[in-house]
Design a protein around this ligand. Structure first.
Ligand SMILES: [Mn+2]
Length: 487
């Protein structure tokens, strides 16, 4: 199971890594001691999958200790939110953001706050800052906020080991599972603990999205990661493809079959056929490698629910957050399987429709080419909350070359610009660090602490009049990253 720790030694040596893990867990333990006896807490969390999972893990762990907990979910943390939260008169626990706000938080709250975050570190030190990056561990690859929250919850009480499954959902939501050998390092350890606690099952299989909840024809038709040439968005072709393989679409009772309903030989036939198909259409090797890999089953969920599969579960949560309905996702994470669950399923449908329309728009209008990236201004035709995903999906569609990052603009409700940047893992290997490039560009534009993210995906907010300067300065920053590496 899983990849080796050797792959994680990019930042530190083997001994260095052991030390780093030890120091990280010491800090987690020290925080858990204090968290366990809190009086009143507010969990402030990012609205995406990793935020909702990490936030709900903390809520569950604290409630178990009889602590009064309130929650706030935010699309992004801004300085003005930080002052506003002061009215809640409780210890603040930030999940999946906060690392870049330590000086501001300290000046407003003294030491009465905790941060669980895995994004690139900001300025300032804080004893209650739980970020693997602070210890030289790779928060982009081996653990996300959900994993940090899981280990913290477990340090609060061993009973919380059953929350490992939610932790894995968070890691999948941040795409840390996208290598063929699955979740690595601290994520992998969490998987193992989930298996031991009987809440998870792991196997190697086809990793197309929807293996449990989608009828076969839809499973292929709606595949976006990867795009299946001539099959994605073409249901008739998908049905023909399956018929040619002699795979019945329905069982004897007439129920539509999902991938998980196939027997072992049918599964093998189908996955081989898909690999061949992609190979014939010159799909790059790295995409093919990601097609087969570890899949994670949440054993306590209903066998036909999207929540049964960690990847599908993560999409349900992202759909909630991105539609401004993070409360629904939060309740699902906390265990609701009735009203909130039904509403989450409705949002999932809507999310799929929005993505399909967004891709359609970018493909018909085309991207503008800068020296070091491709650019698309979606104005307000694509929701600011999904424009980054749409940009990422464009790489798969074959409509955009993968030799440069993609930058997309959309509009916030107040008219300001939301910048979303996406790269491929190959570009990252070649030196691209979008988080750093955005941050440096923002600083150069005189903006403070608004930009940031990961090497492969990052975002920030801009005023409309800053756009031209941003576009040329960002071009220069990415260009520098690529040239330093190739020298
Ligand atoms: Mn995250």
């Amino acid at each position: 199971m899983g990849g080796s720790v050797q792959e994680l030694n990019a930042l530190v040596s083997k001994e260095g890594r052991d030390e780093a893990v030890k120091a990280f867990f010491e800090r987690i333990d020290a925080c858990a001691e204090k968290l366990r006896i809190l009086d009143k807490a507010v969990v402030v969390t990012h609205h995406d999958c990793d935020g909702l999972t990490s936030g709900s893990i903390m809520v569950k762990a604290l409630q178990r200790e009889q602590i009064e907990v309130n929650t706030v979910t935010l699309k992004q943390l801004y300085t003005e939110d930080i002052s506003r939260l002061k009215n809640m008169h409780a210890t603040l626990i930030f999940t999946d953001f906060g690392s870049s706000y330590i000086p501001t938080l300290k000046s407003e709250y003294g030491n009465e706050f905790y941060i669980i975050d895995h994004h690139q570190r900001g300025n300032g030190a804080h004893d209650q800052h739980l970020n693997p990056m602070e210890f030289g561990l790779d928060g982009g690859v081996e653990i996300s906020s959900a994993g940090i929250a899981y280990y913290t919850a477990k340090a609060i009480s061993r009973k919380n080991k059953e929350l490992a499954s939610i932790g894995v959902v968070g890691a999948c939501g941040d795409m840390q599972d996208s290598r063929s050998n699955g979740l690595l390092g601290l994520n992998q350890q969490m998987v193992q603990e989930g298996v031991d606690a009987d809440v998870l099952r792991v196997k190697t299989d086809l990793r197309l999205y929807g293996r449990i909840s989608r009828p076969l024809a839809q499973y292929l038709t709606f595949s976006t990661s990867p795009i299946l040439p001539n099959l994605t968005a073409n249901k008739d072709n998908c049905i023909k493809f399956l018929e040619n393989l002699d795979i019945p679409l329905q069982d004897e009772s007439g129920k539509w079959r999902a991938y998980e309903d196939l027997n072992a030989s049918e599964k093998k036939t189908l996955s081989t056929a898909i690999l061949m198909h992609l190979h014939e259409h010159n799909t790059p090797e790295w995409k093919l490698n990601e097609l087969i890999g570890e899949v994670y089953t949440l054993t306590r969920e209903n066998p036909y629910s999207p929540l049964r599969d960690a990847k599908e579960y993560s999409t349900v949560l992202n759909a909630c957050g991105r539609n401004g309905q993070s409360t629904i996702g939060f309740h699902v994470c906390l265990g609701d399987r009735e009203d909130y669950y039904a509403r989450a399923m409705g949002l999932l449908q809507e999310h799929r429709r929005n993505l399909a329309e967004g891709i359609q728009l970018m493909q018909t209008e085309g991207l503008r080419e800068y020296e070091n990236y491709y650019f698309f201004d979606a104005e307000n035709k694509i929701k600011d909350s999904i424009v980054g995903i749409v940009a990422g999906m464009l790489y798969g569609s074959g409509g955009v070359k993968t030799d440069k990052p993609i930058v997309a603009f959309s509009r916030h409700e107040d008219g300001s610009i939301k910048v979303s940047a996406r790269a491929t893992s190959e570009l990252v290997r070649n030196g691209v660090n979008l988080g750093a490039a955005l941050k440096e560009t923002c600083v150069a534009l005189g903006k403070t602490a608004e930009g940031g993210g990961h090497r492969i995906a990052a975002g920030c907010r801009l005023e409309v009049e800053q756009a031209p300067a941003f576009l040329s300065m960002f071009d220069q920053k990415v260009g520098e990253q690529l040239s330093i590496r190739s020298r």
